[in-house]
Design a binder for this molecule. Structure first.
Ligand SMILES: [Zn+2]
Length: 251
């Protein structure tokens, strides 16, 4: 049985109208930034890699701690992570990959195609991109460190990725079997609990019907235990168990 931890590495304030789809409210909201760590198997598995301090300065986030430092605080040396599941290639999930020098990165083929294809450069999408980090997909691939996958895939017995798309072209979410039941790491298929629980989309979208279908997928995978871990929601710390500064035990 696996243990799952959410590791918070930054925060940023914005407003509801900047974030939720066709939302009129200007009310304040705060995003928390996480990577997730799965322990208890033959080796640790990291979900997403966060970003580096250059992005932290450029994007006006606060309370930044490097994701590698958070992984180390959770008891794992960054160089001892052999697999990093990359939910999608937005800067806050991919730009920190170089902190994990031994990792093979598992990314959906559609996701790589999108960000190396014709639409990445458009203003609607490029604000979520770190072009230097995206360029390194090529050299990492030729170094045998990118595993491009197509659809749902078992990573280890009891750990699976599920391609949902919607928010990005090849967004994938992760399920983990734990002693408490199935943990669903939604990443940005549900930035906030409000997204999945009220079926309210965010406004960063490649395919709106896929985003709506992803909410149904999350609920179906979670089952009755509802161990749903939203991707950027400060409520994760209330719904699960903080065990140390920035470290939340999910199961
Ligand atoms: Zn994100």
């Amino acid at each position: 049985m696996y243990e799952v931890y959410a590791l918070k590495y930054a925060e940023r304030d914005t407003t509801a109208c900047q974030f939720f789809y066709r939302e009129p409210s200007h009310g304040p909201i705060t995003l928390h930034y996480f990577v997730w760590l799965i322990l208890g198997g033959p080796h640790p598995i990291l979900v997403d890699t966060g970003f580096l301090d250059d992005e932290a300065r450029a994007r006006g986030v606060r309370h930044y701690v490097s994701p590698a430092a958070m992984v180390e605080r959770a008891g794992v040396k960054p160089a001892d992570v052999p697999i990093a599941l990359i939910t999608h290639l937005h800067y806050d999930h991919w730009a920190g990959h170089s902190q994990f020098p031994a990792a093979e990165y598992w990314i959906q083929r559609d996701e790589v195609a999108f960000w190396t294809g014709p639409f990445g450069r458009s203003p609607a999408f490029r604000q979520s991109a770190n072009p230097d980090a995206l360029a390194r997909l090529v050299t990492l691939n030729y170094a045998d460190r990118v595993r491009m996958i197509d659809g749902d895939r078992e990573v280890l017995p009891g750990i699976k990725v599920h391609r949902v798309g919607g928010h990005t072209a090849g967004l994938q979410i992760v399920t983990v079997q734990s002693a408490r039941g199935t943990v669903v790491l939604t990443s940005d298929a549900a930035h906030f609990y409000r997204n999945v629980e009220k079926r309210q989309p965010v406004q960063i979208i490649t395919n709106l019907p896929e985003m709506l279908a992803a909410f149904e997928t999350i609920e179906a995978l979670a089952g009755a235990e509802r161990l749903i871990v939203a991707g950027h929601d400060p409520q994760v710390a209330d719904r699960f168990t903080p065990v140390d500064s920035g470290i939340i035990r999910i199961a």
